[in-house]
Design a protein around this ligand. Sequence first.
Ligand SMILES: *Cc1c(COP(=O)(O)O)cnc(C)c1O
Length: 436
Amino acid sequence: MKFVSTRNGKKPVSFREAVFSGLAPDGGLYIPTEQPDLRARIGAFSKKNTFQEIAEALSGDLIGEELSRESVRRVSERAFTFEPALQPLEEGLTLLELFHGPTCAFKDFGASFLAVVMEEFLLQESRQAVILVATSGDTGSAVARAFHRKDSIDVVILYPSGRVSTLQEQQLTTLGGNVTALEIQGSFDDCQRLVKEAFVDSRLRESLVLSSANSINLGRLIPQAFYYIYGVCRLERATEEQLLICVPSGNFGNLTAGVYAWQWGMPVDGFIAATNVNDVVPEYLMTGEFRPRRSQKTLSNAMDVGNPSNFERLSIMFEGSVDKMRKWIRGVRITDQETRETMSQVYRDTGVLIDPHTAVGVLASRRYRRDSGFVGHILTLATAHPGKFVDIVQEATGVTPDLPATLEDALSKKKQATTLTASLEVLREFLLEHYG
Ligand SMILES: *Cc1c(COP(=O)(O)O)cnc(C)c1O
């Protein structure tokens, strides 16, 4: 596979280059030049295949030109020490649980794969790289965990002092080793600005190999397609029954990966894009107008995105045509009040606790079924463990979800962070002193 920028179809680059540069030089996102036809491969998978096996076979088909068979095997073995799980919720609705990884959210799949792939490439070249990440909380912890103890890679995480939750801060600051947490005296926007400035700083670029691991990195997107394919293979349903997949969405990376899986040959009849009140994409599907705006705070805060960065990728797959996109994607918007009611009602009726992001997906699935008369099966992605949102889940259901062991563990460890003012000079000095 080769990749080009969303803003310029010329100058294809390798997977390796797309992974290490993150963003294309023109500011666009990398997309595949063409979608491979994997129908035969996908058709040959059975319910007996493990997630690792599926990931290994698909990785081989997609990036086998750049990594040896041995490397591809190591990547899936090391990256995927956890699996998705299917949880039937009610007649015609099954959850695909993606929160059994180290930080209990689906971002573990992409972050883990990216970390191991980068490590493989760097080992081949005996080089050392520094990954710089700005985080408002969640993404940073998935990345930190994924890159922890990787040879040849150091991770520096910038987070805004006093503006992340205790649990998030503990996850970022207690790993140690090759993971360094910088507590920035400023906002998340300051952290993001510093990272951007560092990437283009000539003194830093002379002395270090700097790389990013943010959510637009293609190396995080591609492995997300694997769990869609796994979920569809594992789902129990009548063969002629139609299937939709519902994706709780913010930046739309997850949905984009699902659409890739469909284009490669995964059998599915369409997608439901579920959002909270930050409904730029459902609105686009309804009106044909894309109106990015400031995000609003909601209970499903990982989906509080007012200008979804992956829309650029998604739109190109439908040739910029809203009519073409509508044939495959339906948008549904869910409020906080409805999110609370859904968490409570699902618990009452089934005994299953769901987190607020998953609740948006569950209600969107039901609402779409009611409004359209759809009679097939819906696979709804469960994007985070309810224990990550203890307070919200407790308030909605009256029940306190268990904190997963890995999070419990982080809470008991000692915080280690370096406090810095939000200035490029200070950051540069820190990076040169420690990694130069
Ligand atoms: C990041 C995240 C989302 C949104 O995923 P996108 O790929 O940004 O659309 C949904 N739920 C949870 C729990 C997340 O962490």
